[in-house]
Design a protein around this ligand. Structure first.
Ligand code: FAD
Length: 454
């Protein structure tokens, strides 16, 4: 690597102080590097910092909108049990002095407290610079990275770093589905990014587009307020479509065929409804507006490419890396393992394959996705592109000399997946997190932690 000896401490810019940025800072410190975390907001936690504020444009498509980062809604509870959700290095246990919500699937405030605790325990706060919005990061010619940010006074500042780790999150730029006629809809439209509370939906007929966790959770949230909730989704394994048993105001339909000028929404099965609100739960775009790579790293249909193992662009590896791009996994553990790998690659403790070999690996991976009919936009959706999450995690752990994932975590994940795999929940309009039998399913894991695992 130009300008770096085989074993060296690097000065590293980490962009973002959400869970991924905290994990990156921790791993870099542990490896003897000197990280500087640049965070636009005034506190750690990223998307877990709930705010009642929303984007000025409810669908989030107007580039001049005031952009709010967090997608949290007031009632949100985790869709992972806390034992699985936490970092391996600091178990997310209930009943500790900092904890205020002992539920197995706690509310968002508890996750934020946990992340604040993580930052405190590992001395990460000292390396965070708050109120710094990174506006530019580009390679400086000698392999190092010139990073510029705007401070709270709106003045630009710039420094040169040995490496950059991108931890800016990917749940802040709303994506909309392409629905014929949606532009002529006269009612309200909102993206789930801007959903906060159910009250504005009182007595409304709401069409929810999508079958993700957010679509399911928000539908349940508004059921007690809205007159009717109609979920439109692509998932083929829904049974039954139509009015949902045990629920007087919830319907599930196939996707929307088109929206008419009079407000009628036509579904592909020929059914229709006159909607007051369209709620887009259609996901988010990867977006790295600060990254200047002259096309060496781009986003194409939600594929961030080319990336070796979802982390390193070969032409800049290991000095540019991304943490946390993979979706519908165990996010915090992913952040932890990817960060350790990055830190070890930067110090020279781990040697990455040659640029050519990384590129070949990437091409083989993309070819396999294509052969299996996996659309580009699922490149980083591990459960949908048939990559195995635990195989990937164990591979990362092994690369940097760590322990493989504990068996109890794998068993617990098998039980938890039912909550994450949203379409299977459509026929059960209830919150699995509150159903006693589901809690009983976790009893074998009582009191588990990395050291005291059953
Ligand atoms: P973020 O938390 O988004 O943090 C990114 C940080 O980067 C932010 O602080 C932001 O201000 C900062 N930033 C961005 N751009 C810049 C810039 N240019 N300059 C400086 N700073 C910048 N995961 C779970 O494990 N369990 C759950 O139950 C769960 N529920 C979820 C529910 C919702 C509604 C959403 C949206 C996500 C959920 N997730 C859940 C996934 C969640 O996103 C991850 O758990 C994790 O918090 C993501 O962390 P991150 O650090 O990658 O991104």
């Amino acid at each position: 690597m130009p300008g770096m000896s085989s074993s060296t401490a690097c000065r590293v810019a980490v962009i973002g102080a959400g869970a991924a940025g905290l994990a990156a800072a921790r791993a870099l410190i542990l490896e003897g590097h000197d990280p500087v975390v640049l965070e636009r907001e005034g506190r750690v936690g990223g998307t877990w910092v709930y705010t009642p504020e929303t984007n000025s444009d409810p669908t989030g498509q107007d580039a001049s909108r005031n952009a709010v980062h967090s997608s949290m809604y007031q009632s949100l509870r985790t869709n992972l049990p806390r034992e699985l959700m936490g970092f391996r290095e600091l178990p997310f246990l209930a009943g500790e002095s900092w904890s205020g919500d002992a539920r197995r699937f706690p509310g968002h405030e508890e996750v934020l407290r946990y992340l604040e605790r993580f930052a405190e325990v590992f001395g990460i706060r000292e390396v965070i610079r708050f109120g710094k919005e990174v506006v530019r990061a580009r390679e400086d010619g000698d392999g190092r990275w010139r990073v510029a940010w705007r401070n709270c006074e709106n003045a630009e500042e710039e420094e040169v770093f040995d490496a950059v780790v991108v931890c800016s999150g990917h749940f802040a730029v709303p994506r909309l589905a392409n629905i014929p006629g949606v532009e002529q809809f006269r009612g309200k439209q909102i993206h789930s990014h801007n959903y906060r509370t159910p009250h504005p939906f009182r007595d409304q007929v709401v069409v929810v587009i999508g079958a993700s966790s957010s679509a399911m959770d928000i539908s349940q949230d508004i059921l007690g307020f809205a007159r009717e909730v109609h979920i439109a989704c692509r998932a083929a394994n829904i049974d039954p479509f139509g009015k949902q048993p045990g629920c007087s105001n919830l319907w599930v339909h196939p996707m929307v065929e088109r929206i008419c000028q009079d407000g009628n929404v036509l579904f592909l099965d020929g059914s229709s409804v006159h909607a007051d609100v369209i709620l887009h739960c259609t996901g988010y775009n990867y977006h790295f507006p600060f990254l200047e790579t002259k096309g060496a790293v781009t986003v194409d249909e939600e594929r961030v490419w080319p990336l070796y193992k979802h982390v390193f662009p070969p032409s800049y590896a290991p000095r540019l890396s991304f943490v946390g791009l993979i979706q519908k996994v165990l996010p915090f553990i992913q952040f932890e393992l990817q960060s350790k790998w990055i830190a070890a690659a930067l110090s020279g403790r781990v040697t990455l394959p040659s640029r050519e070999d990384m590129n070949t690996n990437i091409q083989v991976f993309y070819a396999r996705l294509e052969a299996n009919g996996v659309p580009k936009h699922h490149t980083h959706s591990m459960h949908l592109n048939s990559e195995d999450m635990f195989e990937y995690y164990d591979w990362l752990a092994c690369e940097c000399g760590g322990k493989p994932i504990e068996e109890w975590r794998k068993r617990m994940w098998a039980k938890a997946a039912i909550i994450i795999q949203a379409p299977s929940r459509l026929s059960k309009p209830r919150d699995l997190r509150n159903v006693p039998e589901e809690y009983e399913a976790y009893e074998e894991f009582a009191g588990c932690s990395p050291d005291a695992a059953p």
